[in-house]
Design a binder for this molecule. Structure first.
Ligand code: KG4
Ligand code: ZN
Length: 342
């Protein structure tokens, strides 16, 4: 353990309280995630005040468990890493205060990590050779973004969403269809028995050269399909058969996947990418994983997809990215602030 760099990562940007200890950026000694899904389920989305309170309750038990599972003590830790942006400000603050307190009292360096870049980093934990340059697609509940990736720390944003994030669209469409929160897994499950060609839905490409995304039109099209164009008709969902719901879910999922794959291909061609990276909560989606894999194979590129347990929010990705900052000597000080925006 003498020559290893052990980093404690902390993540509280949205609705998971997470801590992890990772050695040399890749060896996961422990990963603890306290999910708040049950608390937010009845509201159909994350309620910031509830999330913040739950982080306050969970942060100490999660940190203690991370050390217990790793079987190491604070003296073995080389740095404390925190995702300080983007996210819900009052949620980010809980993890940030914990990280600063530990860094100050233990006399350890503090490392600040961008949550979206950390999602991208989790794809680098996949088996396979990372040949650069790479194009990275990060698709989560809060973000949909394409990056030109020259190294774990050299990321240039190529495009992002103008409105809803991909995961947000999954969550909202699931709610329209009366499927449980979080919507992504519910839609994926329903879509398995549906016909993806059953309902014609818009696939916004935002122009021939754009690398940006827009999913709100697609979500609205599903809403109008279910409630009528003027929103005055009856909500047909209650009377729909399981098959009809499955058909809408499959058609919606196919539209999202098709846009994500085409845009990623467009970006990969533009930057001459040798590798495609995929991370974020929506990267759990099997249809998306398979379609991107196929595209990468067809175009002779390597595909690296985040392992499923590191797609949704976790602290392994935070500690893993922080390792590269540690090596590069990029540290934060105790004036570090939480930022809602990216
Ligand atoms: O990365 P994440 O945990 O949180 C954010 O940083 O936003 O992503 C959560 C999002 C949710 O919108 C959820 O519905 C979506 O990821 N998601 C999925 C699947 N599993 C989770 N979307 C599509 N298919 C899935 N299987
Ligand atoms: Zn996330």
């Amino acid at each position: 353990m003498d020559n290893e760099i052990n980093i404690l990562g902390i993540e509280t940007s949205c609705d998971e309280t997470a801590a992890a200890i990772v050695a040399d950026g890749v060896r996961v000694r422990s990963s603890v995630v306290a999910s708040q899904v049950a608390l937010h389920q009845k509201y159909g989305g994350v309620v910031p005040e509830i999330a913040s309170r739950a982080h306050i309750e969970n942060i100490m038990p999660v940190l203690i468990e991370a050390f217990e599972r790793a079987g190491i003590v604070k003296e073995d830790i080389d740095a404390i890493a925190i995702a300080n942006q983007p996210g819900l400000a009052i949620a980010l603050m809980v993890g940030l205060i914990a990280a600063k307190t530990l860094a100050f009292t233990w006399g350890k360096p503090l490392i600040a990590v961008n949550h979206i870049h950390a999602h991208l980093q989790s794809a680098m934990l996949a088996q396979g050779k990372l040949e650069l340059p790479a194009v990275a697609l990060v698709v989560s509940g809060g973000h949909t973004a394409l990056y030109d990736c020259r190294s774990p720390l050299e990321l240039t944003l190529l495009g992002s969403t103008h409105d809803d994030a991909a995961g947000e669209a999954f969550d909202k469409v699931a709610s329209i269809l009366g499927l449980p929160y979080p919507g992504g897994p519910s839609i994926e499950k329903a879509a398995k028995t549906g016909n993806p060609k059953a309902v014609e839905l818009p696939r916004s490409m935002m122009g021939p050269d754009s690398l940006d995304f827009s999913f709100s039109g697609l979500k609205t099209a599903v809403l109008y399909y279910c409630r009528g164009q003027d929103m005055k008709g009856e909500n047909k969902v209650a009377k729909m058969s399981q098959q009809e719901i499955a058909d809408i879910a499959a058609s919606f999922q196919a539209a999202v996947v098709s846009v994500l794959v085409k845009k990623t291909m467009r970006a990969a061609d533009r930057v001459g990418a040798k590798t495609i990276l995929l991370g974020g909560g929506v990267a759990c989606n099997s249809a998306l994983r398979a379609a991107l894999e196929q595209m990468a194979q067809r175009t002779g590129r390597t595909m690296l997809i985040a392992p499923k347990q590191y797609c949704t929010d976790n602290a392994v990705m935070v500690a893993s990215l922080a390792y590269h900052k540690f090596k590069a000597g990029i540290f934060a000080d105790l004036t570090l602030e939480a930022k809602a925006g990216s």
